[in-house]
Design a protein around this ligand. Sequence first.
Ligand code: SF4
Length: 305
Amino acid sequence: MDQEQLKQKIKALAAERNALLMAHNYQRDEVQEIAEITGDSLALSMEAARTDKPVIVFCGVHFMAESAAILAPEKIVLLPREDAGCPMADMVTAEGLRDLKAQYPEATVVTYVNSSAAVKAESDICCTSSNAVNVARSLPAKQLLLVPDRNLGRYIAKHVPEKDCICWEGYCPTHDRLKVSEVLKAKAEHPDALFMAHPECTPEILEHADHICSTSGMYEFASQNPAQKFIVGTEDGILWRLKKENPHKQFILPSRSLICPNMKLTSLEDILRCLETMQPRITVPEEVREKAKLTLDRMLAVPRD
Ligand code: SF4
């Protein structure tokens, strides 16, 4: 079966199952093409809760499908590749976090949405890469435990100096391996380009950024800024929509290593199989789900800028 036939079959079966196909911004181009909705993990999970379709096919990684299951427990949430995990989310366990909390009993735990449901359930509040600074500022506690991304944690600490920030030593291997030399080379080759960087990049990379933002922030910045060229400091899957929405602008990836192998696992064949079998299904135990949902609800209650 060629790609077009596969896509037709997927669309027909999705309609038959009354399923909503959603894809994260880092998925393969053909997966984003077939999805009804693309976005970042929180936006997709919120959409999963809003839609009246009873089945969600979440093309992304495990913690994202869990977030959808947390916010939409009555729906069937399918993850086409159950082995698509997130190495950063796996760098912290609920048990490890409990140990750290015992060392800092006065601290408030701020956990990045890129984490398991069990870790969220051990936390006080969640944050995303776009609202992390706002969330940290909104908290009355003087001391914060920032979990699991040390790069996002350092970014928060820099912008909220009034807090005592303790960062978990996790990181996203994809963003963390971007080198300053690669960014400087791209800048030298494209002196008229603006450099947009994701806060999961190291502080050394962020020092060279013209704009630091989430993936959603990058779409907005690229379309609103009059610049014609952008160096993109995040996973290469973002290029598909950036190019689609800005066909006359140029987007440059400064490194070939900006590819997350887990995000690239899901194929059209996997999506078709998942719709045929209605597996693998992602669920979260109710006790964990209720606690994890509280941390997301608290985050959503923080006023935006
Ligand atoms: S890009 Fe990084 S944070 Fe996102 S899924 Fe891959 S490893 Fe995890």
